[in-house]
Write a protein that binds this ligand. Structure first.
Ligand SMILES: O=C1O[C@H](COP(=O)(O)O)[C@@H](O)[C@H](O)[C@H]1O
Length: 260
């Protein structure tokens, strides 16, 4: 295995959000060096709320600036629903973060799914992959898109993006974006980045908070067992960092760190 992932644990979500902001700004600086833009993939679920807390905080100085006008935001997974539907990951991010970004911070370019294809999830996935092809140069010249940062959640069953435990999609090696029609968590129809795309990111960050995550955190870090989150840990190693609060890692045996 590549070197181990980082696990940061904080007494409160407020403390977590402060360090998450610093980490994201480090990733942003690296992205801007590489290609003058910051290409980020984000999940839905509980992540957008904590992300908004991190990104909308008051800057502490000139090195603590979120340059939203340089951001390109993609979705790590999305549900096949209209963008204003309560299950939409885009809708969630919009409500929690995008609509709250002050004008003076600039506006990110955001890439939602093409809702013209909601009835055909294979086409929905293919269209989203084509969007990535355009954004990350052609598929011929790029074997896999390389996000500067993927910001992910971890479900209580160990799923991440819409990659669920034991599902055949975990073995997908060709598609960058794949459809799923039998998600065990509703809604059933979704699209998701494939595992190779996720683990290929320059940096991958999970945010897991609350006591409801502690049992699965134990399984991910102590057993692995092919759980999707554990597979990301194995594939990305030290490029992967977990931002957790104490309740989420209560009793988890793993070397933890409190600062970057
Ligand atoms: O269904 C989903 O769930 C995961 C995890 O959500 P959480 O509420 O337990 O944090 C999320 O990361 C994913 O984007 C979403 O579609």
């Amino acid at each position: 295995m590549a070197r181990q992932p980082n696990l940061f644990a904080f007494p409160t979500v407020d403390a977590l959000a402060t360090t998450l902001r610093t980490y994201i700004i480090q990733c942003q600086t690296a992205g801007l060096h590489r290609h003058d833009s910051f290409k980020v993939a984000v999940s839905g679920g509980s992540l957008p709320k904590t992300l908004a807390q991190a990104l909308l905080a008051k800057p502490t100085g000139p090195d603590d600036e979120v340059k939203f006008s340089k951001w390109e935001i993609f979705f790590a997974d999305e549900r096949a629903v209209p963008l204003d539907h309560e299950d939409s990951n885009y809708g969630l991010l919009k409500n929690e973060l995008l609509d709250k970004i002050p004008q003076e911070l600039g506006a990110p370019v955001v890439h939602p799914i093409d809702v013209a294809h909601l009835n055909d999830v294979q086409e929905l996935a293919d269209q989203y992959e084509q969007l990535l092809v355009k954004s990350f140069a052609s598929r011929d010249s790029v074997k896999l898109p390389i996000f500067d940062l993927l910001l992910l959640g971890c479900g209580p069953d160990g799923h991440t993006c819409s990659l669920f435990p034991g599902h055949a999609l975990l073995r997908e090696t060709d598609a960058w974006v794949a459809p799923i029609e039998d998600s065990p968590k509703p809604p059933p129809k979704r699209i998701t980045l494939s595992l190779p795309v996720v683990t290929h990111g320059v940096k991958i960050a999970f945010v897991a908070t609350g006591g409801g995550k502690k049992e699965i955190m134990k399984k991910i870090f102590e057993e692995g067992n092919g759980l999707p989150c554990a597979l990301v840990n194995e594939g990305a190693g030290e490029r992967c960092s977990w931002f957790t609060d104490y309740p989420a890692v209560d009793g988890v045996s793993f070397p933890r760190r409190g600062s970057l």
